[in-house]
Design a protein around this ligand. Structure first.
Ligand code: HEC
Ligand code: HEC
Ligand code: HEC
Ligand code: HEC
Length: 141
């Protein structure tokens, strides 16, 4: 219901304002996402303020696709899938990036989210809490 409503609003705004004023008119996904891993209790599933990241960075910072088993960069209009559509034991069996197992959601999450948070924390000590576990895996619900 809600999805339909949003889709309609997007369409009507699009028609009223014209395509030229839009840099992006596709599906941007939910504003906040809980990313649940295989062991969803310990630690707590990762909390992800999607919209807040979209406001600061490009989609391709996190999203990519696959062709012939290889990663292909994000391109506007590309079909966006959940990370575990590929980062699972079947599709990317045995693939690694350094120590990270890319056939798990943890590998995808830490390779993307945690790697960036560590970079930011290194460059700006005021943001060092970004790399702490509880930033993404909150202690309480
Ligand atoms: C920048 C965000 C971020 C930080 C910081 C982070 N993680 Fe994660 N972590 C994730 C994401 C995303 C996942 C995949 C979704 C999930 O399992 O919650 C994940 C998954 C995991 C998993 C696998 C859970 C499962 O269900 O399979 C473990 C264990 C884990 N993290 C431990 C840690 C520890 C310990 C720390 C601190 C050293 C940490 N994480 C810091 C984002 C983060
Ligand atoms: C900082 C990383 C990051 C950025 C930047 C980002 N996303 Fe996402 N997006 C994610 C993650 C992580 C998910 C959840 C995937 C999952 O549940 O496995 C997601 C989910 C989505 C979904 C829902 C997919 C589904 O099938 O449930 C859509 C649509 C989406 N993003 C579109 C976008 C668009 C469009 C942009 C740019 C305007 C963007 N995202 C920017 C990380 C990001
Ligand atoms: C359509 C399939 C597909 C989806 C969906 C996908 N990935 Fe990937 N990803 C790949 C492939 C293929 C590779 C390269 C694996 C290899 O050959 O080592 C990769 C590599 C990676 C790597 C390691 C290389 C690098 O770029 O740092 C990370 C981290 C990663 N993905 C995170 C994510 C996250 C986070 C999401 C969800 C927002 C996601 N992936 C969604 C297919 C996918
Ligand atoms: C390319 C860099 C980058 C990636 C990738 C990224 N983040 Fe972030 N994240 C940031 C920055 C920068 C902030 C905001 C820091 C600020 O302005 O205070 C942030 C903020 C957050 C916050 C809010 C922290 C707070 O205390 O307000 C959470 C939670 C978070 N990210 C989780 C995640 C998760 C989970 C992922 C992966 C799905 C992810 N991030 C991917 C850079 C990134």
């Amino acid at each position: 219901m809600l999805k339909k409503f949003i889709a309609c609003s997007v369409v009507s705004v699009f028609v009223l304002c014209g395509a030229a004023s839009f840099s992006f008119a596709g599906d941007t996904g939910p504003a906040d996402i809980t990313i649940v891993g295989a062991k969803s209790k310990k630690p707590k599933p990762a909390q992800f303020p999607h919209k807040a990241h979209q406001d600061k960075m490009e989609c391709g910072e996190c999203h990519h696709g696959m062709a012939d088993g290889k990663q292909v960069p994000y391109a506007e209009g590309m079909k966006i899938q959940k990370c575990d559509a590929c980062h699972n034991k079947e599709t990317l069996a045995g693939k690694k990036s350094g120590k990270l197992k890319l056939d798990t959601i943890k590998g995808a999450g830490h390779g993307n989210c945690l790697a960036c948070h560590k970079d930011v924390a290194k460059k700006d000590p005021a943001k060092k809490s970004l790399k702490s576990c509880k930033t993404c895996h909150p202690k309480k619900k």
